[in-house]
Design a protein around this ligand. Structure first.
Ligand code: MD3
Ligand code: FE
Length: 205
């Protein structure tokens, strides 16, 4: 366990290869029920290069008309999201010290050309809860800054099986994914990167 910055805690190789393979099979079953969709920016309608789906009682979605939000159903099928697999929840329970369960697990799929621009995660009412991220497949170069968009940033690499816990002083920091390193993992036969982020959305009673 390595503290990359205050509240930004890195667990390299949290999941062994066999667990990553087991998780991938569980995620594929989920994606069959809740297909990847292309989110769009509010107002402009510009497409994200990352495709997404969700697990859990709430999923993060975005479109031109209604913007960023959490919704209990898939934007294209209108079906409830699949449950968060226990193997995924293991990272939340063992790497974070938050007492309540996550409600959302956003799956981001990056092909070799996908990126995620610098942004804050602030669509959750439960900002005292951490975000827990799991990386699978090709490695990426990830960047984290401060609570100001123009603040200085530091870059780190995330590899398949790594877990990152974002809480405390890091919870509202700007962050993004600058680059995917193609063919750095054999987990996904056709390449690419999957990131899962678990979030508590509503404040616990
Ligand atoms: C650092 N995902 O889905 S996860 C996102 O790799 C998102 O797909 C990225 O940003 C990805 O919103 C990064 C790790 C992460 C999440 C939130 C952070 C790192 C963070 C908040 C502050 C600092
Ligand atoms: Fe984010």
């Amino acid at each position: 366990m390595i503290e990359l910055a205050p509240g930004l805690v890195y667990f390299p190789d949290f999941y062994a290869r066999a667990e990553q393979e087991e998780m991938l099979a569980l995620l594929r079953a989920g994606v069959k029920a809740a297909p990847l969709f292309t989110p769009r920016m509010p107002r402009t309608g510009k497409a994200f290069s990352v495709r997404m789906t969700n697990f859990g009682s709430l999923g993060w979605v975005s479109d031109r008309e209604r913007g960023y939000r959490y919704d209990s159903v898939h934007p294209e099928t209108s079906a409830a999201w699949p449950a968060i697999p226990e193997l995924v929840l293991k990272a939340w329970r063992e790497a974070s010290d938050y007492a309540h369960s996550p409600e959302a697990c956003l799956l981001n799929f990056y092909d070799a050309d996908a990126r995620m621009g610098l942004h804050q995660d602030r669509d959750e009412a439960a900002l005292e809860a951490p975000v827990v991220s799991i990386s699978l497949g090709d490695s990426c170069l990830f960047r984290a800054g401060s609570e100001s968009r123009s603040g200085k940033t530091k870059s780190f690499r995330l590899n398949s099986g790594d877990v990152l816990v974002i809480g405390g002083a890091s919870r509202l920091c700007f962050h993004g994914v600058d680059k995917i390193y193609p063919r750095t993992s054999t987990l996904l036969p056709d390449g690419g990167r999957i990131n899962l982020t678990m979030r508590r959305v509503t404040r616990p009673a």
